[in-house]
Design a binder for this molecule. Sequence first.
Ligand code: NDP
Length: 292
Amino acid sequence: MTAMVIDGKAIAAELRKEVAKGVEQLVATGTIPPGLATVLVGVNPASQTYVRMKRKACAEVGIESFGYELPVDTSQEDIEKVVKELNADPKVHGILVQLPLPAGLDEEAVLKAISIEKDVDGFHPLNIGRLAQKGREPLFVPCTPAGCIVLLKKAGAQLEGARAVVVGRSNIVGMPAALLLVKENATVTICHSRTRDLPSVCREADVLIAAIGRPEMIRGDWIKPGAYVIDVGVNRVDDPSRKRGYRLVGDVAFEEAVEVAGAITPVPGGVGPMTIAGLLRNTLHSAQRTVA
Ligand code: NDP
């Protein structure tokens, strides 16, 4: 069997188009455009790139972005002060504090300072708490896990009643992905570094989400024939044949898995593009909520 390869790039492009249309409709009613504030502390090159990509994506769909770049030695008090000012700014509908923060800053306290109405990353403890509770709905859901669910649905996966396995339990990917699958009525197993006999747990999965950060760890013979496989991992491996000296691979051994799975996301071009598209959608929803 050769799996259907889920085209995250195309699905994200579709989502971005819908966001652009939504922004246009909103602005046509005479209100200000949606606004996203990005807060970057320090000079982590990867974080700088992510923030740049997010601001560029905003511009492409008509969302205004406001960049705040704070020095690496910013105090806890000062970063929370910036967040509180942004909470009160009516031009700002979403606040994104780029993680990780420099060592010594209390990440949870910073995330908690963001108004839940502007928490477009969905990491505020209240939004995460609501995600975990039956009958409660968060105002925003974290973008990468939300993207995984969109890709599964677009690929035709039946989530209700499915056996789902999530490998990884991080706050930003694994755990919220598992909570979202529970909301979709899947039966969910969460695996991590202490899980015993991971291959046999994975083999039970109709839906497998890998969010580990280990290149090609999940092998083809860990996958149930016909399963839906979502590979969140982004790992650099040396590749002297490439000009830049490396290539990106996921947490799943794609060439093996594609022979067994029913559908699978590639890396790159699978989950990655969905993250920024989700952020744009969340910012639009926040702006729409202010005029509703
Ligand atoms: P973390 O390092 O925060 O979490 C990794 C998880 O994998 C942990 O729960 C850890 O277990 C588990 N794990 C590690 N080793 C093993 C092992 N040998 N067996 C089983 N489980 C293991 O990573 P993130 O969740 O932040 O990211 C995961 C991957 O997703 C990374 O490659 C990252 O680059 C990528 N990513 C991609 C995004 C995108 O495409 N937009 C966005 C965010 C992340 P334990 O809890 O026990 O330590």
